[in-house]
Write a protein that binds this ligand. Structure first.
Ligand SMILES: O=c1ccn([C@H]2C[C@H](O)[C@@H](COP(=O)(O)OP(=O)(O)OP(=O)(O)O)O2)c(=O)[nH]1
Ligand SMILES: [Mg+2]
Length: 144
């Protein structure tokens, strides 16, 4: 599927790193390095603008390597990019480690997965169809 994009960044367009990867790695577009102190959160620019077809969304997800090695994650994970959003794609990172972390210009800080989604209409009712699970949840299964 082709997606219209404006790339105002200093970098190449986000790319799939392997032939069947689900996520496109997103790079920070920075004038100078950004430091995230422990528990600090910052909104990072990508200088990318896109036009997703109606019925699609983009999810901004953490990179596991950054999370594992440095405690860097996407605070609002998965971030939601609506198909009608025309603004700059931004990435909200938080440093959950006890060490400061420096993000360099061009560093791959998150990944973006494009997915189909539905939009629903509500049908308000008084009673819901019963099911095997019924109202069980939050660890209700497997108790013999
Ligand atoms: O990680 C993110 C999440 C969102 N957005 C952009 C695209 C999205 O379409 C828009 C709104 O996001 P969301 O609905 O999550 O934010 P909100 O707090 O509900 O703001 P709004 O009232 O603008 O919807 O912000 C990003 O660039 N990065
Ligand atoms: Mg919203």
């Amino acid at each position: 599927m082709e997606v219209r994009v404006i790339n105002k960044s200093k970098h190449e367009l986000p790319a799939y790193q392997t032939i069947s990867a689900a996520g496109l790695d997103l790079r920070a577009n920075l004038e100078e390095p950004v430091v995230l102190r422990p528990m600090e959160r910052k909104l990072l620019p990508t200088a990318l603008f896109m036009e997703l077809p109606v019925g699609f969304e983009a999810q901004i997800r953490p990179r596991s390597g950054l999370a594992y090695k440095h405690g860097i994650t996407v605070l609002n994970s998965p971030g939601t990019i609506d198909s009608d959003y025309r603004g700059e794609i931004k990435i909200l990172l938080i440093n959950l480690s006890e060490e400061a972390f420096t993000i360099e210009n061009g560093e791959r800080i998150a990944q973006m997965v494009i997915s189909r989604h539905e939009q629903i209409t509500w049908k308000a009712v008084e009673v819901l169809e019963d099911s095997e699970r019924s109202a069980g949840g939050f660890g209700s299964t497997g108790k013999g």
